[in-house]
Design a protein around this ligand. Structure first.
Ligand code: FCB
Length: 486
């Protein structure tokens, strides 16, 4: 029987549009030291980043976070920008030395008030606050007492986590213990390109363990105080490591980097043990006796989701002599941030790069998400950072055109969408960053914002990508091509 077959023609308006699942959380992210300024106001004491940035030669152009974007005073304006962007969530970090000066003792009422007002304003605008407790600004006093290589720092962190939970736990429901502990441990204590700028690989491994422990103890402190229904997590900058060839030596180089980049954290946090191969690869540096009985159980606590930060993949091969770690995208130093991997060479991934020199590779994000799903099938994921720096400028009409950033975001959101279609449970995406800000060792020379900041006047100018992202957020969908949302 012949019937008139009518194939539904896709609506030309929606053809090629990628819709994200209902309830997908759209957000944007910042970190305290990068935006707040007001470094010595209201009782705040120096953090390791104040000391480091004030040390000549450490940060490009001698830039510091003393004033940064002056968010400490302009926070209301910044929340209004987020409301214009339409995001449902804002991921920010709490400055430890602002709420607990010196890293010990009671909370500072003025420090707490700042975050309390910020949280109220966000909630008032319908924006969910997502709090990161530690985005690298350790109180200098705790560094003076030994810093992260010292076990007590993990206990200090748990106390601090408790103080913040007591102050904000009635309104903040989503919490992250640490941001990128890999950077804290291995750039801070290994290569020294981040604060506190120390260069001892055994100390870096001790720091990694004590950061893991801080996560476990901090999660327990949060859980003890937060109402049921609150969510706790950690954010890792998981490296998507590829080997240059399929040869055994190159694949082994990739295994080693994967070990000290990723599994040194996911092992204890998500499986309750350090990977055997990581312990073996680093045995010449330390006997790991700083891992005490019960530590891995403390670290291994249920997470409500894992935060994943992704910018660019990592390409490695075996090297015959000491490897070229300075090509790893993490800053130039004579010291490697990769313990136990001295004979690994890092290569520039093919393709275009951002102003950071990082390869633009959305497939890397897709592959990484699938890998995490394969390793931890039940774990929901949130992309807690993704974005790009380009050499943005204000044109004579007062506008900032940033088509490269739009293209970057489009490609990476398409990768997230593809991963969701392939069955990965990705619950949200946070664009890094709301504002141009203090980009650590690069100072103010690298602009990651959806909003341009004129540092001389502190004026904020939403870039073209801001309007593009606002439309994506509004539609809950990605337009077919990068230009279409602008
Ligand atoms: C991440 C950091 C964030 C920002 C981006 C570009 O490693 O978490 O603060 O610097 O890189």
């Amino acid at each position: 029987m012949a019937t008139a077959s009518r194939t539904a023609e896709p609506d030309p308006e929606t053809r090629g549009v990628r819709a994200f699942p209902p309830g997908f959380l759209w957000g944007t992210a910042t970190a305290a030291y990068q935006i707040e300024g007001a470094a010595d106001e209201d009782g705040r004491t120096p953090s390791i980043w104040d000391t480091y940035s004030h040390t000549p030669g450490r940060v490009r152009n001698g830039d510091t976070g003393d004033t940064a974007c002056d968010h400490y005073h302009l926070w209301r304006e910044d929340v209004a920008l987020m409301a214009d962007l339409g995001v449902g969530a804002y991921r920010f970090s709490v400055s430890w030395p602002r709420v607990q000066p010196t890293g010990r003792g009671p909370a500072s009422p003025k420090g707490v008030d700042f975050y309390s007002r910020l949280v109220d304003e966000l909630l008032d605008k319908g924006i969910q606050p997502v709090v990161t407790l530690y985005h690298w600004d350790l109180p200098q006093e705790l560094e003076d007492a030994g810093g992260w290589p010292e076990r007590d720092t993990a206990h200090r962190f748990a106390d601090y986590a408790g103080l913040v939970a007591d102050a904000l736990g009635d309104r903040v429901t989503t919490w992250t213990t640490l941001n990128e502990p890999w950077c804290s441990a291995f750039l801070g204590y290994g290569s020294g390109v981040h604060a506190p700028g120390r260069t001892d690989q055994a100390d870096a491994l001790r720091a990694a363990h004590h950061l893991n422990l801080a996560h476990g103890l901090g999660t327990r402190a949060l859980r003890d105080r937060l109402p049921t229904g609150a969510r706790t997590s950690v954010t890792l900058n998981l490296h998507h490591v590829r080997s240059l060839t399929d040869g055994d030596a190159d694949r082994d180089a990739a295994r080693r980097i994967d070990g000290v980049a990723n599994r040194i954290f996911t092992g204890p946090m998500l499986r309750g043990e350090y990977p055997e191969d990581v312990l073996r690869d680093t045995a010449h540096l330390t006997d790991w006796s700083f891992v005490r009985d019960g530590d891995t159980e403390t670290i291994h606590r249920p997470l409500d989701f894992l935060g994943v930060n992704y910018y660019s993949p990592t390409l490695v091969s075996a090297a015959s002599g000491p490897g070229s770690h300075t090509a790893d995208g993490h800053g130039v130093s004579d010291h490697s941030p990769w313990p136990g991997a001295d004979d690994v060479a890092f290569h520039r991934s093919p393709g275009t790069t951002t102003a950071m020199g990082w390869a633009v590779d959305p497939d890397g994000l897709y592959e990484l998400l699938l890998r995490v799903k394969g390793d931890f099938p039940e774990l929901p994921l949130v992309i807690t950072e993704n974005g790009a720096a380009f050499d943005d400028y204000v044109d004579p009409e007062g506008r900032v055109h940033d088509p490269e950033r739009i293209s970057y975001l489009h490609g990476h959101l398409a990768a997230v969408h593809r991963a969701i279609e392939a069955g990965v449970d990705v619950r949200g995406y946070f664009l890094w960053s709301l504002l141009d800000n203090f980009e650590w060792g690069h100072g103010y020379s690298k602009r990651f914002g959806a909003v341009y900041v004129d540092y001389a006047t502190r004026r904020r100018i939403p870039k073209q990508s801001f309007h593009w992202y606002a439309r994506v957020v509004r539609d809950g969908a990605l337009p077919p091509d990068p230009g279409a949302g602008a």
